[in-house]
Design a protein around this ligand. Sequence first.
Ligand code: FMN
Length: 334
Amino acid sequence: MTRALPFSAPWLLAPMEGVTEPCFRDLVLARNPAQSLGGAYTEFVRVSGAPIPRAVLARQLGPSRFPQPVGVQLMGSDLAHLARSAANAVAAGAPLVDLNFGCPSKRAVAGCAGSALLREPAALASIVRAVADAVDVPVTAKIRAGYDDASRVEELARAVEQGGAALLTVHCRTRAEGYCDEVDWTRIARAVRAVSIPVCGNGGIASFEDLERMRSETGARFAMVGRGALADPWIFSGRRVDSGEAAHFLGDYAEAMRVRGGLSPRAVAARIKQLLRHWTAGGLVRSEADRTSLLREQDPEALLGQLEAAQAGLGPSSTQRTPPVSISATHALQ
Ligand SMILES: Cc1cc2nc3c(=O)[nH]c(=O)nc-3n(C[C@H](O)[C@H](O)[C@H](O)COP(=O)(O)O)c2cc1C
């Protein structure tokens, strides 16, 4: 049975552990219209000893709803537990379920999950099949181009298709390549040619222009952005924001994590720094020396104070800004 993909546009926000929890994801979804950012995914949910309860999956989805769909990503290798977890995700409101076959961590590989399954295309296909049979929403799968090398990317793509996935995302780096700077998009093009289901290309998209370039160079119907969205959350719409609006995003993020997430100032500062390592939007981080000094700030209050100061310094250009999304406005979208 063909299940229509619910995405409102071809650009997608990648699942990122420790990043695409509801606070960050909601801010990105609210700042990019549905005509440019077509959907997003939760960070992966590990499925090992037992199915994941519905309430846990509902927390991953968060209370807010946007025009764009947010899929729940699951990672594991136990067919029954994955199938039950997928059904629970749908019961929790997930409009699609994604399967992670790319996580390179030692823990995932030791548990025969994530990228470990890139060595076993038949097992990978069985997992997709078990989950696709368990739910009536589209099931998508995200692979890396291979484990040690990319020689089997076509075979892996076909395994995903045979399992009944509605979309295949290909992160063009192999597990061995980790998160290296070099990317080879021809591997995505090879996957596109190997299957008839839609493909989403991922890896190394650093600008709005790269999104369309990914599609034209690979033939992929969708393109997914990971760290490029940490550098510039507006990457999907190509809007160039000023430093005030960029600071406002970080301020809203800090507030959401504190109020909604219940995080301590230290934990909030750690999350902000995770973005600042990549951040380019609005020229807020003017030099690598600036970045280093922000990242070296040991005192969470001082780091947040610097952000507040930048926010308070909104200049006359702020009249051209779209209204910032306040925490309460985000909740109003539920
Ligand atoms: C901090 C971080 C966490 C990630 N967590 C996940 C995850 O939970 N699930 C997943 O499939 N990929 C995960 N990835 C991989 C990204 O989804 C993406 O495939 C990768 O970053 C390559 O895209 P990019 O070059 O645009 O960053 C993660 C990447 C990063 C940097």
